[in-house]
Design a protein. Structure first.
Length: 619
Protein backbone atom coordinates (compact mmCIF):
# COMPACT_ATOMS: atom_id res chain seq x y z
CA UNK A 1 0.00 0.00 0.00
CA UNK A 2 2.93 2.36 0.79
CA UNK A 3 4.37 1.76 -2.73
CA UNK A 4 0.99 2.46 -4.14
CA UNK A 5 0.11 5.75 -2.41
CA UNK A 6 3.10 7.48 -0.80
CA UNK A 7 4.66 10.42 -2.67
CA UNK A 8 8.18 9.09 -2.30
CA UNK A 9 7.16 6.15 -4.47
CA UNK A 10 5.70 8.32 -7.21
CA UNK A 11 5.85 6.59 -10.56
CA UNK A 12 5.97 3.11 -9.08
CA UNK A 13 3.52 0.57 -10.41
CA UNK A 14 2.26 -2.16 -8.07
CA UNK A 15 0.95 -5.42 -9.53
CA UNK A 16 -0.01 -8.69 -7.90
CA UNK A 17 1.87 -11.89 -8.62
CA UNK A 18 -1.20 -13.28 -10.35
CA UNK A 19 -1.26 -10.34 -12.76
CA UNK A 20 2.42 -10.83 -13.54
CA UNK A 21 2.02 -14.51 -14.27
CA UNK A 22 -1.29 -14.36 -16.20
CA UNK A 23 -1.74 -16.86 -19.00
CA UNK A 24 1.12 -17.89 -21.27
CA UNK A 25 0.59 -15.28 -23.99
CA UNK A 26 0.27 -12.49 -21.50
CA UNK A 27 3.38 -13.64 -19.65
CA UNK A 28 5.44 -13.33 -22.92
CA UNK A 29 4.30 -9.72 -23.31
CA UNK A 30 4.49 -8.79 -19.66
CA UNK A 31 6.76 -5.93 -18.74
CA UNK A 32 9.85 -7.28 -17.05
CA UNK A 33 11.97 -4.83 -15.10
CA UNK A 34 15.01 -3.68 -17.13
CA UNK A 35 17.57 -1.67 -15.27
CA UNK A 36 19.26 1.47 -16.53
CA UNK A 37 22.78 0.84 -17.85
CA UNK A 38 23.97 4.04 -16.15
CA UNK A 39 22.02 3.84 -12.90
CA UNK A 40 22.21 0.18 -12.11
CA UNK A 41 19.46 0.16 -9.45
CA UNK A 42 16.88 2.15 -11.40
CA UNK A 43 14.38 0.54 -13.76
CA UNK A 44 13.78 1.97 -17.25
CA UNK A 45 10.26 3.38 -16.92
CA UNK A 46 10.39 6.48 -19.08
CA UNK A 47 10.95 7.10 -22.80
CA UNK A 48 12.71 10.23 -24.09
CA UNK A 49 11.08 11.08 -27.43
CA UNK A 50 13.76 13.70 -28.05
CA UNK A 51 16.57 11.12 -27.88
CA UNK A 52 14.44 8.09 -28.89
CA UNK A 53 15.58 5.89 -26.00
CA UNK A 54 14.22 4.39 -22.72
CA UNK A 55 15.50 6.07 -19.55
CA UNK A 56 15.15 5.82 -15.75
CA UNK A 57 13.94 8.48 -13.32
CA UNK A 58 17.50 9.62 -12.51
CA UNK A 59 18.10 10.17 -16.26
CA UNK A 60 15.03 12.43 -16.48
CA UNK A 61 16.63 14.73 -13.92
CA UNK A 62 20.22 14.89 -15.18
CA UNK A 63 20.75 13.77 -18.80
CA UNK A 64 17.26 14.26 -20.19
CA UNK A 65 15.97 17.19 -18.21
CA UNK A 66 15.09 20.60 -19.57
CA UNK A 67 13.95 20.63 -23.21
CA UNK A 68 13.53 16.86 -23.51
CA UNK A 69 10.11 15.28 -24.02
CA UNK A 70 9.99 12.39 -21.53
CA UNK A 71 6.91 10.24 -20.97
CA UNK A 72 5.99 6.95 -19.27
CA UNK A 73 6.79 3.92 -21.37
CA UNK A 74 3.41 2.41 -20.49
CA UNK A 75 1.69 5.49 -21.97
CA UNK A 76 3.47 5.73 -25.34
CA UNK A 77 5.00 2.29 -25.74
CA UNK A 78 2.22 0.99 -27.96
CA UNK A 79 2.53 3.95 -30.37
CA UNK A 80 6.30 3.50 -30.68
CA UNK A 81 5.83 -0.20 -31.41
CA UNK A 82 3.34 0.78 -34.10
CA UNK A 83 6.11 2.85 -35.69
CA UNK A 84 8.29 -0.25 -35.83
CA UNK A 85 5.43 -2.23 -37.32
CA UNK A 86 4.92 0.42 -40.00
CA UNK A 87 8.61 0.34 -40.80
CA UNK A 88 8.46 -3.42 -41.21
CA UNK A 89 5.48 -3.05 -43.54
CA UNK A 90 7.38 -0.48 -45.63
CA UNK A 91 10.37 -2.80 -45.83
CA UNK A 92 8.15 -5.59 -47.16
CA UNK A 93 6.73 -3.22 -49.80
CA UNK A 94 10.27 -2.22 -50.81
CA UNK A 95 11.23 -5.88 -51.10
CA UNK A 96 8.42 -6.39 -53.59
CA UNK A 97 9.55 -3.34 -55.58
CA UNK A 98 13.16 -4.57 -55.74
CA UNK A 99 11.97 -8.03 -56.82
CA UNK A 100 10.12 -6.43 -59.71
CA UNK A 101 13.26 -4.43 -60.56
CA UNK A 102 15.35 -7.60 -60.49
CA UNK A 103 12.98 -9.16 -62.99
CA UNK A 104 13.60 -6.12 -65.26
CA UNK A 105 17.39 -6.65 -65.28
CA UNK A 106 17.08 -9.18 -68.08
CA UNK A 107 15.14 -6.65 -70.10
CA UNK A 108 17.85 -4.02 -69.53
CA UNK A 109 20.56 -6.48 -70.56
CA UNK A 110 18.73 -7.31 -73.78
CA UNK A 111 18.32 -3.59 -74.53
CA UNK A 112 22.06 -3.13 -73.97
CA UNK A 113 22.76 -5.88 -76.48
CA UNK A 114 20.44 -4.23 -78.99
CA UNK A 115 22.12 -0.84 -78.51
CA UNK A 116 25.56 -2.43 -78.78
CA UNK A 117 24.78 -4.11 -82.10
CA UNK A 118 23.12 -0.93 -83.36
CA UNK A 119 26.26 1.05 -82.51
CA UNK A 120 28.37 -1.55 -84.35
CA UNK A 121 26.17 -1.22 -87.42
CA UNK A 122 26.34 2.57 -87.22
CA UNK A 123 30.15 2.37 -87.06
CA UNK A 124 30.21 0.14 -90.12
CA UNK A 125 27.84 2.49 -91.94
CA UNK A 126 30.06 5.45 -91.06
CA UNK A 127 33.14 3.55 -92.22
CA UNK A 128 31.49 2.64 -95.53
CA UNK A 129 30.36 6.25 -95.97
CA UNK A 130 33.93 7.40 -95.37
CA UNK A 131 35.19 4.91 -97.95
CA UNK A 132 32.64 6.12 -100.47
CA UNK A 133 33.54 9.76 -99.83
CA UNK A 134 37.27 8.97 -100.06
CA UNK A 135 36.74 7.13 -103.33
CA UNK A 136 34.71 10.05 -104.66
CA UNK A 137 37.39 12.52 -103.57
CA UNK A 138 40.07 10.35 -105.12
CA UNK A 139 38.24 10.37 -108.45
CA UNK A 140 37.83 14.14 -108.23
CA UNK A 141 41.54 14.52 -107.48
CA UNK A 142 42.42 12.26 -110.39
CA UNK A 143 40.27 14.43 -112.67
CA UNK A 144 41.96 17.57 -111.34
CA UNK A 145 45.34 15.93 -111.94
CA UNK A 146 44.35 14.96 -115.49
CA UNK A 147 43.14 18.49 -116.20
CA UNK A 148 46.36 20.01 -114.85
CA UNK A 149 48.42 17.47 -116.80
CA UNK A 150 46.51 18.10 -120.03
CA UNK A 151 46.80 21.88 -119.61
CA UNK A 152 50.55 21.62 -119.14
CA UNK A 153 50.78 19.22 -122.08
CA UNK A 154 48.97 21.81 -124.23
CA UNK A 155 51.32 24.52 -123.02
CA UNK A 156 54.34 22.33 -123.80
CA UNK A 157 52.95 21.51 -127.26
CA UNK A 158 52.31 25.21 -127.89
CA UNK A 159 55.87 26.00 -126.88
CA UNK A 160 57.23 23.27 -129.15
CA UNK A 161 55.13 24.60 -132.01
CA UNK A 162 56.45 28.13 -131.49
CA UNK A 163 60.03 26.83 -131.47
CA UNK A 164 59.41 24.93 -134.70
CA UNK A 165 57.84 27.98 -136.33
CA UNK A 166 60.84 30.12 -135.41
CA UNK A 167 63.20 27.48 -136.79
CA UNK A 168 61.31 27.48 -140.10
CA UNK A 169 61.31 31.29 -140.24
CA UNK A 170 65.04 31.36 -139.59
CA UNK A 171 65.58 28.84 -142.41
CA UNK A 172 63.45 30.97 -144.74
CA UNK A 173 65.40 34.07 -143.77
CA UNK A 174 68.68 32.29 -144.38
CA UNK A 175 67.49 31.17 -147.84
CA UNK A 176 66.38 34.72 -148.66
CA UNK A 177 69.74 36.16 -147.59
CA UNK A 178 71.53 33.53 -149.74
CA UNK A 179 69.52 34.60 -152.79
CA UNK A 180 70.20 38.29 -152.11
CA UNK A 181 73.92 37.64 -151.79
CA UNK A 182 74.01 35.55 -154.96
CA UNK A 183 71.71 37.38 -157.35
CA UNK A 184 71.20 40.97 -156.12
CA UNK A 185 73.55 43.86 -156.60
CA UNK A 186 75.01 45.65 -153.63
CA UNK A 187 72.52 48.50 -153.95
CA UNK A 188 69.63 46.04 -154.15
CA UNK A 189 70.98 44.14 -151.16
CA UNK A 190 71.29 47.29 -149.08
CA UNK A 191 67.68 48.10 -149.85
CA UNK A 192 66.65 44.87 -148.05
CA UNK A 193 69.26 45.12 -145.26
CA UNK A 194 67.10 47.03 -142.72
CA UNK A 195 64.09 44.80 -143.25
CA UNK A 196 66.17 41.64 -142.96
CA UNK A 197 67.82 42.87 -139.76
CA UNK A 198 64.47 43.67 -138.17
CA UNK A 199 63.03 40.25 -139.06
CA UNK A 200 66.07 38.42 -137.79
CA UNK A 201 66.19 40.52 -134.63
CA UNK A 202 62.58 39.63 -133.84
CA UNK A 203 63.41 35.96 -134.22
CA UNK A 204 66.64 36.32 -132.22
CA UNK A 205 64.65 37.84 -129.36
CA UNK A 206 62.58 34.66 -129.08
CA UNK A 207 64.14 32.58 -126.29
CA UNK A 208 62.00 29.65 -125.12
CA UNK A 209 62.04 29.21 -121.35
CA UNK A 210 62.26 25.42 -121.25
CA UNK A 211 63.44 25.53 -117.62
CA UNK A 212 60.28 27.30 -116.51
CA UNK A 213 58.98 25.24 -113.60
CA UNK A 214 55.37 25.98 -114.49
CA UNK A 215 55.62 23.61 -117.49
CA UNK A 216 56.29 20.55 -115.36
CA UNK A 217 55.60 21.49 -111.73
CA UNK A 218 52.70 19.28 -110.73
CA UNK A 219 52.34 17.70 -107.30
CA UNK A 220 49.67 16.24 -105.08
CA UNK A 221 49.82 18.01 -101.71
CA UNK A 222 48.46 16.02 -98.79
CA UNK A 223 48.34 16.77 -95.08
CA UNK A 224 48.47 13.56 -93.08
CA UNK A 225 48.24 15.32 -89.74
CA UNK A 226 45.08 17.21 -90.70
CA UNK A 227 43.58 14.02 -92.13
CA UNK A 228 44.26 12.17 -88.88
CA UNK A 229 42.74 14.97 -86.84
CA UNK A 230 39.76 15.32 -89.14
CA UNK A 231 38.96 11.61 -89.00
CA UNK A 232 39.18 11.57 -85.22
CA UNK A 233 36.90 14.57 -84.95
CA UNK A 234 34.32 13.64 -87.57
CA UNK A 235 34.10 9.85 -87.45
CA UNK A 236 32.06 9.99 -84.26
CA UNK A 237 32.44 8.81 -80.69
CA UNK A 238 30.79 6.42 -78.28
CA UNK A 239 28.21 8.27 -76.18
CA UNK A 240 26.93 6.89 -72.90
CA UNK A 241 24.60 8.20 -70.18
CA UNK A 242 26.01 10.50 -67.55
CA UNK A 243 25.24 8.14 -64.64
CA UNK A 244 25.30 4.36 -64.72
CA UNK A 245 26.21 3.40 -61.16
CA UNK A 246 24.19 4.61 -58.12
CA UNK A 247 26.20 6.94 -55.93
CA UNK A 248 28.94 7.48 -58.56
CA UNK A 249 28.77 10.72 -60.55
CA UNK A 250 28.75 10.24 -64.32
CA UNK A 251 31.82 10.95 -66.42
CA UNK A 252 31.91 14.34 -68.14
CA UNK A 253 31.19 14.20 -71.85
CA UNK A 254 34.30 13.59 -73.96
CA UNK A 255 35.20 16.54 -76.13
CA UNK A 256 36.98 16.05 -79.45
CA UNK A 257 39.73 18.64 -79.53
CA UNK A 258 41.01 20.03 -82.86
CA UNK A 259 44.37 18.42 -82.17
CA UNK A 260 42.81 14.97 -82.29
CA UNK A 261 43.12 14.27 -78.57
CA UNK A 262 39.94 13.34 -76.72
CA UNK A 263 39.87 15.13 -73.39
CA UNK A 264 37.34 15.31 -70.59
CA UNK A 265 35.68 18.49 -69.45
CA UNK A 266 36.79 19.44 -65.95
CA UNK A 267 34.41 20.56 -63.24
CA UNK A 268 35.40 23.57 -61.18
CA UNK A 269 33.06 24.68 -58.40
CA UNK A 270 30.19 23.02 -60.16
CA UNK A 271 30.86 24.78 -63.45
CA UNK A 272 32.24 23.29 -66.60
CA UNK A 273 35.72 24.54 -67.31
CA UNK A 274 36.69 24.19 -70.93
CA UNK A 275 40.16 25.17 -72.10
CA UNK A 276 40.11 27.96 -74.70
CA UNK A 277 39.93 26.90 -78.34
CA UNK A 278 43.12 26.66 -80.33
CA UNK A 279 41.84 28.99 -83.03
CA UNK A 280 39.03 31.49 -83.05
CA UNK A 281 37.40 29.74 -86.00
CA UNK A 282 36.83 26.55 -84.04
CA UNK A 283 35.29 27.34 -80.69
CA UNK A 284 34.14 23.89 -79.56
CA UNK A 285 33.82 20.30 -80.58
CA UNK A 286 30.37 20.92 -81.96
CA UNK A 287 31.42 23.56 -84.48
CA UNK A 288 33.03 21.39 -87.09
CA UNK A 289 35.69 21.71 -88.41
CA UNK A 290 37.04 21.82 -91.93
CA UNK A 291 36.97 25.29 -93.51
CA UNK A 292 34.69 25.15 -96.57
CA UNK A 293 36.92 25.80 -99.54
CA UNK A 294 39.78 28.00 -98.44
CA UNK A 295 42.90 25.88 -98.71
CA UNK A 296 44.98 28.56 -97.05
CA UNK A 297 42.74 28.34 -94.01
CA UNK A 298 43.14 24.58 -94.16
CA UNK A 299 46.91 24.89 -94.07
CA UNK A 300 46.79 27.45 -91.25
CA UNK A 301 44.44 25.24 -89.30
CA UNK A 302 46.51 22.11 -89.75
CA UNK A 303 49.64 23.95 -88.70
CA UNK A 304 47.87 25.28 -85.64
CA UNK A 305 46.87 21.76 -84.66
CA UNK A 306 50.41 20.61 -84.09
CA UNK A 307 50.88 20.67 -80.37
CA UNK A 308 54.64 20.49 -80.95
CA UNK A 309 54.67 23.58 -83.12
CA UNK A 310 57.39 26.13 -82.34
CA UNK A 311 59.91 23.36 -81.97
CA UNK A 312 59.05 22.30 -78.43
CA UNK A 313 60.60 18.88 -77.95
CA UNK A 314 58.28 15.85 -77.76
CA UNK A 315 60.47 14.23 -75.10
CA UNK A 316 60.67 17.32 -72.87
CA UNK A 317 60.56 16.81 -69.09
CA UNK A 318 58.84 18.95 -66.51
CA UNK A 319 61.94 19.64 -64.46
CA UNK A 320 62.65 23.07 -63.05
CA UNK A 321 66.13 23.79 -64.47
CA UNK A 322 68.68 26.36 -63.41
CA UNK A 323 69.24 29.30 -65.73
CA UNK A 324 72.58 30.74 -66.63
CA UNK A 325 71.61 34.26 -65.50
CA UNK A 326 74.95 35.85 -66.37
CA UNK A 327 74.89 34.64 -69.96
CA UNK A 328 71.28 35.76 -70.44
CA UNK A 329 72.08 39.23 -69.09
CA UNK A 330 75.05 39.52 -71.44
CA UNK A 331 72.88 38.49 -74.39
CA UNK A 332 70.40 41.32 -73.86
CA UNK A 333 72.98 43.76 -75.12
CA UNK A 334 73.64 41.67 -78.26
CA UNK A 335 70.13 40.60 -79.25
CA UNK A 336 66.70 42.09 -78.69
CA UNK A 337 64.49 40.11 -76.26
CA UNK A 338 61.96 39.31 -79.00
CA UNK A 339 62.81 38.10 -82.46
CA UNK A 340 63.47 41.21 -84.52
CA UNK A 341 65.99 39.71 -86.91
CA UNK A 342 65.05 39.90 -90.56
CA UNK A 343 65.65 36.48 -92.03
CA UNK A 344 66.27 35.61 -95.66
CA UNK A 345 63.77 33.20 -97.18
CA UNK A 346 64.84 29.77 -98.38
CA UNK A 347 62.95 26.96 -100.09
CA UNK A 348 63.70 23.27 -100.15
CA UNK A 349 64.92 21.84 -103.46
CA UNK A 350 64.32 18.21 -102.60
CA UNK A 351 61.97 16.23 -100.41
CA UNK A 352 61.34 12.51 -100.06
CA UNK A 353 59.64 9.97 -97.83
CA UNK A 354 56.11 9.14 -96.70
CA UNK A 355 54.37 7.18 -93.96
CA UNK A 356 54.74 3.40 -94.14
CA UNK A 357 56.98 0.39 -93.63
CA UNK A 358 58.25 -0.11 -97.19
CA UNK A 359 61.54 1.13 -98.63
CA UNK A 360 61.70 4.91 -98.56
CA UNK A 361 58.87 5.14 -96.03
CA UNK A 362 59.05 6.07 -92.34
CA UNK A 363 56.98 5.89 -89.18
CA UNK A 364 59.29 8.19 -87.19
CA UNK A 365 62.48 9.56 -88.80
CA UNK A 366 64.00 10.62 -85.48
CA UNK A 367 67.63 11.00 -86.50
CA UNK A 368 69.57 11.94 -89.63
CA UNK A 369 73.26 12.08 -90.59
CA UNK A 370 75.33 12.54 -93.76
CA UNK A 371 78.47 10.61 -94.72
CA UNK A 372 81.48 11.69 -96.80
CA UNK A 373 79.70 10.74 -100.06
CA UNK A 374 76.72 12.94 -99.07
CA UNK A 375 74.56 9.86 -98.58
CA UNK A 376 71.70 10.57 -96.17
CA UNK A 377 71.39 8.13 -93.24
CA UNK A 378 68.03 8.08 -91.45
CA UNK A 379 67.09 6.41 -88.15
CA UNK A 380 63.57 5.06 -88.79
CA UNK A 381 62.79 4.58 -85.11
CA UNK A 382 59.48 2.76 -84.95
CA UNK A 383 60.42 0.55 -87.91
CA UNK A 384 63.60 -0.46 -86.02
CA UNK A 385 65.91 0.11 -88.99
CA UNK A 386 68.39 2.46 -90.66
CA UNK A 387 67.73 3.62 -94.23
CA UNK A 388 70.33 5.12 -96.57
CA UNK A 389 69.54 7.48 -99.48
CA UNK A 390 71.70 9.32 -102.00
CA UNK A 391 71.90 13.12 -102.02
CA UNK A 392 68.87 13.29 -104.34
CA UNK A 393 66.71 11.30 -101.91
CA UNK A 394 66.80 8.03 -103.88
CA UNK A 395 66.71 4.90 -101.73
CA UNK A 396 69.93 2.86 -101.70
CA UNK A 397 69.64 0.21 -98.98
CA UNK A 398 68.58 -0.44 -95.40
CA UNK A 399 69.64 -2.60 -92.46
CA UNK A 400 68.30 -3.63 -89.08
CA UNK A 401 65.22 -5.40 -87.76
CA UNK A 402 63.38 -5.41 -84.46
CA UNK A 403 65.24 -7.32 -81.75
CA UNK A 404 68.06 -7.31 -79.21
CA UNK A 405 70.49 -9.69 -80.91
CA UNK A 406 73.58 -8.59 -82.86
CA UNK A 407 72.53 -6.91 -86.08
CA UNK A 408 69.08 -6.09 -84.72
CA UNK A 409 67.84 -2.69 -83.58
CA UNK A 410 65.33 -1.51 -80.99
CA UNK A 411 64.06 2.06 -81.38
CA UNK A 412 67.17 3.66 -82.93
CA UNK A 413 66.76 7.40 -82.42
CA UNK A 414 70.01 9.14 -83.45
CA UNK A 415 72.80 8.45 -85.95
CA UNK A 416 76.30 9.77 -86.64
CA UNK A 417 79.06 8.85 -89.09
CA UNK A 418 82.80 8.31 -88.73
CA UNK A 419 84.00 10.37 -91.72
CA UNK A 420 87.25 8.44 -92.25
CA UNK A 421 85.85 4.91 -92.20
CA UNK A 422 82.19 5.48 -93.02
CA UNK A 423 81.12 3.52 -89.93
CA UNK A 424 77.61 4.35 -88.75
CA UNK A 425 77.03 5.08 -85.04
CA UNK A 426 73.49 4.35 -83.85
CA UNK A 427 72.02 5.19 -80.45
CA UNK A 428 68.96 3.39 -79.11
CA UNK A 429 66.46 4.83 -76.66
CA UNK A 430 64.50 2.95 -73.99
CA UNK A 431 64.64 0.09 -73.12
CA UNK A 432 68.21 -0.65 -74.29
CA UNK A 433 69.94 2.77 -74.00
CA UNK A 434 72.99 1.60 -75.93
CA UNK A 435 75.27 2.38 -78.88
CA UNK A 436 75.65 0.14 -81.92
CA UNK A 437 78.29 0.46 -84.63
CA UNK A 438 77.79 -0.77 -88.22
CA UNK A 439 80.18 -0.46 -91.14
CA UNK A 440 79.29 1.60 -94.23
CA UNK A 441 77.56 -1.43 -95.78
CA UNK A 442 75.26 -2.00 -92.79
CA UNK A 443 77.15 -4.95 -91.29
CA UNK A 444 77.16 -5.17 -87.50
CA UNK A 445 80.49 -4.37 -85.81
CA UNK A 446 79.86 -4.03 -82.06
CA UNK A 447 77.61 -2.54 -79.39
CA UNK A 448 78.29 -1.05 -75.97
CA UNK A 449 77.11 1.44 -73.33
CA UNK A 450 73.95 -0.33 -72.16
CA UNK A 451 75.15 -0.40 -68.55
CA UNK A 452 76.37 3.22 -68.64
CA UNK A 453 73.93 5.29 -70.67
CA UNK A 454 70.52 6.34 -69.33
CA UNK A 455 68.95 8.75 -71.83
CA UNK A 456 71.18 9.15 -74.93
CA UNK A 457 69.91 12.08 -76.98
CA UNK A 458 72.57 13.65 -79.22
CA UNK A 459 75.54 11.84 -80.79
CA UNK A 460 78.54 12.92 -82.82
CA UNK A 461 82.04 11.69 -83.69
CA UNK A 462 85.20 13.82 -83.33
CA UNK A 463 88.22 13.84 -85.66
CA UNK A 464 89.87 11.05 -83.65
CA UNK A 465 86.86 8.72 -83.95
CA UNK A 466 85.68 9.20 -80.39
CA UNK A 467 81.92 8.98 -79.86
CA UNK A 468 80.46 11.93 -77.93
CA UNK A 469 77.02 11.41 -76.36
CA UNK A 470 74.88 14.01 -74.61
CA UNK A 471 72.11 12.66 -72.38
CA UNK A 472 68.84 14.46 -71.63
CA UNK A 473 67.09 14.32 -68.23
CA UNK A 474 70.36 13.43 -66.45
CA UNK A 475 72.21 16.28 -68.28
CA UNK A 476 75.44 14.39 -68.83
CA UNK A 477 78.14 14.08 -71.51
CA UNK A 478 79.94 10.76 -72.03
CA UNK A 479 82.84 10.25 -74.47
CA UNK A 480 83.65 6.72 -75.68
CA UNK A 481 86.39 5.39 -77.86
CA UNK A 482 85.51 3.17 -80.83
CA UNK A 483 85.64 0.05 -78.61
CA UNK A 484 83.24 1.30 -75.95
CA UNK A 485 85.71 2.40 -73.31
CA UNK A 486 84.73 5.57 -71.43
CA UNK A 487 87.29 8.27 -72.16
CA UNK A 488 85.59 11.11 -70.28
CA UNK A 489 82.33 11.69 -68.43
CA UNK A 490 80.92 14.81 -66.77
CA UNK A 491 77.60 16.25 -65.65
CA UNK A 492 76.39 19.67 -66.73
CA UNK A 493 72.99 20.05 -65.08
CA UNK A 494 73.92 23.54 -63.86
CA UNK A 495 74.11 24.80 -67.44
CA UNK A 496 71.71 22.63 -69.47
CA UNK A 497 67.92 22.45 -69.40
CA UNK A 498 67.07 20.07 -72.23
CA UNK A 499 69.91 19.14 -74.61
CA UNK A 500 69.03 17.50 -77.92
CA UNK A 501 71.96 17.90 -80.35
CA UNK A 502 75.74 17.89 -80.18
CA UNK A 503 78.75 18.56 -82.42
CA UNK A 504 82.49 18.99 -81.73
CA UNK A 505 85.28 20.98 -83.39
CA UNK A 506 88.99 20.25 -83.82
CA UNK A 507 89.83 22.08 -80.57
CA UNK A 508 87.95 19.51 -78.49
CA UNK A 509 85.10 21.92 -77.82
CA UNK A 510 81.61 20.43 -77.47
CA UNK A 511 78.67 22.43 -78.84
CA UNK A 512 75.30 21.33 -77.34
CA UNK A 513 71.95 22.71 -78.52
CA UNK A 514 69.65 23.31 -75.56
CA UNK A 515 65.98 23.25 -76.56
CA UNK A 516 64.64 24.96 -73.45
CA UNK A 517 67.45 27.46 -72.91
CA UNK A 518 67.08 28.66 -76.55
CA UNK A 519 70.81 28.54 -77.24
CA UNK A 520 73.96 26.46 -77.76
CA UNK A 521 76.20 25.80 -74.75
CA UNK A 522 79.92 25.14 -75.30
CA UNK A 523 82.07 22.92 -73.06
CA UNK A 524 85.57 21.48 -73.27
CA UNK A 525 86.33 17.77 -72.87
CA UNK A 526 86.93 18.26 -69.14
CA UNK A 527 83.36 19.56 -68.64
CA UNK A 528 84.26 23.22 -68.15
CA UNK A 529 81.58 25.59 -69.45
CA UNK A 530 83.16 27.96 -71.98
CA UNK A 531 80.48 30.17 -73.55
CA UNK A 532 77.00 30.45 -74.97
CA UNK A 533 75.96 30.97 -78.60
CA UNK A 534 72.57 32.42 -79.55
CA UNK A 535 69.73 33.09 -77.19
CA UNK A 536 66.02 33.75 -76.81
CA UNK A 537 64.67 35.80 -79.70
CA UNK A 538 67.39 34.50 -82.03
CA UNK A 539 67.52 30.72 -81.62
CA UNK A 540 64.20 29.78 -80.06
CA UNK A 541 63.76 26.09 -79.19
CA UNK A 542 66.76 24.79 -81.20
CA UNK A 543 66.47 21.23 -82.51
CA UNK A 544 70.07 20.68 -83.61
CA UNK A 545 73.52 22.16 -84.17
CA UNK A 546 76.20 21.54 -86.78
CA UNK A 547 79.56 22.79 -88.07
CA UNK A 548 79.91 23.32 -91.84
CA UNK A 549 83.05 23.03 -93.98
CA UNK A 550 83.85 26.70 -93.30
CA UNK A 551 83.88 26.12 -89.56
CA UNK A 552 80.67 28.06 -88.99
CA UNK A 553 78.14 27.03 -86.35
CA UNK A 554 74.63 26.41 -87.73
CA UNK A 555 71.77 26.33 -85.23
CA UNK A 556 68.44 24.96 -86.49
CA UNK A 557 65.13 25.64 -84.80
CA UNK A 558 61.46 25.18 -85.64
CA UNK A 559 60.02 28.29 -83.97
CA UNK A 560 57.12 29.43 -86.24
CA UNK A 561 59.16 28.50 -89.34
CA UNK A 562 62.15 26.27 -89.91
CA UNK A 563 65.04 28.63 -89.12
CA UNK A 564 68.79 28.45 -89.63
CA UNK A 565 71.01 30.85 -87.72
CA UNK A 566 74.72 30.93 -88.54
CA UNK A 567 77.45 32.05 -86.12
CA UNK A 568 81.20 32.06 -85.84
CA UNK A 569 82.54 29.63 -83.27
CA UNK A 570 82.99 32.60 -80.94
CA UNK A 571 79.26 33.36 -81.16
CA UNK A 572 79.20 36.28 -83.61
CA UNK A 573 76.07 36.31 -85.77
CA UNK A 574 76.78 35.82 -89.49
CA UNK A 575 73.50 35.03 -91.19
CA UNK A 576 69.88 34.12 -90.48
CA UNK A 577 67.44 32.28 -92.74
CA UNK A 578 63.93 30.92 -92.58
CA UNK A 579 61.87 28.56 -94.71
CA UNK A 580 59.07 29.84 -96.91
CA UNK A 581 56.84 26.98 -95.78
CA UNK A 582 55.91 25.85 -92.29
CA UNK A 583 56.78 22.39 -91.06
CA UNK A 584 55.38 20.06 -88.46
CA UNK A 585 57.59 19.24 -85.51
CA UNK A 586 61.14 18.60 -86.69
CA UNK A 587 63.23 15.82 -85.20
CA UNK A 588 66.82 16.36 -86.37
CA UNK A 589 69.07 18.07 -88.92
CA UNK A 590 72.35 17.21 -90.65
CA UNK A 591 74.71 19.21 -92.90
CA UNK A 592 75.86 18.24 -96.40
CA UNK A 593 79.15 19.27 -98.04
CA UNK A 594 77.42 21.22 -100.83
CA UNK A 595 76.00 23.85 -98.46
CA UNK A 596 72.70 22.10 -97.83
CA UNK A 597 70.95 21.01 -94.67
CA UNK A 598 68.76 17.91 -94.33
CA UNK A 599 65.68 18.24 -92.13
CA UNK A 600 63.81 15.23 -90.69
CA UNK A 601 60.18 16.16 -90.06
CA UNK A 602 57.27 14.66 -88.17
CA UNK A 603 55.27 14.48 -91.42
CA UNK A 604 57.37 11.41 -92.36
CA UNK A 605 59.42 13.37 -94.93
CA UNK A 606 62.94 14.67 -95.24
CA UNK A 607 63.59 18.09 -96.77
CA UNK A 608 66.87 19.40 -98.20
CA UNK A 609 67.46 23.16 -98.02
CA UNK A 610 70.38 24.97 -99.67
CA UNK A 611 71.51 27.90 -97.56
CA UNK A 612 74.86 29.03 -99.04
CA UNK A 613 73.54 30.76 -102.18
CA UNK A 614 71.55 33.33 -100.23
CA UNK A 615 73.15 36.76 -99.55
CA UNK A 616 73.72 38.14 -96.08
CA UNK A 617 71.02 39.37 -93.79
CA UNK A 618 70.00 42.85 -92.76
CA UNK A 619 69.38 43.47 -89.09
Amino acid sequence: MAHQFMHCFEGHRVASLVELQGNKEDSNKAEKPIYCPRHKTDVLKFYCKTCSQPICKECTVFDHGRGHDCQFIMDIGDKQMEVLQNMEDEAKVKINELRLAAKGIEHISSRLQVQYHKAQNDMNDTYNFYRAMLEERKQESMKELDQAFNAKQVAISSLAQKIQENIERLYQGCEFVDKVLKFASITEGLMFKTLIEQRFQNMFNFTPDINNQSYFDIEFVSNFQAITTGVRNTFGYVRESDEVTPGIPGKPQPIARPNGIVTTTALTNGHIFDPPPLTKEFGSSNSLIFPPADTNMYEKWSNGLDIFQNGIDVFSTSSDPLFDITSKLNLTSLYPPKSQIKRQKMIYHCKFGEFGVMEGQFTEPSGVAVNAQNDIIVADTNNHRIQIFDKEGRFKFQFGECGKRDGQLLYPNRVAVVKTSGDIIVTERSPTHQIQIYNQYGQFVRKFGANILQHPRGVTVDNKGRVVIVECKVMRVIIFDQYGNVVQKFGCSKHLEFPNGVVVNDKEEIFISDNRAHCVKVFNYQGVFLRQIGGEGVTNYPIGVGINSSGEILVADNHNNFNLTIFTQDGQLINALESKVKHAQCFDVALMDDGSVVLASKDYRLYIYRYTQIPGISM
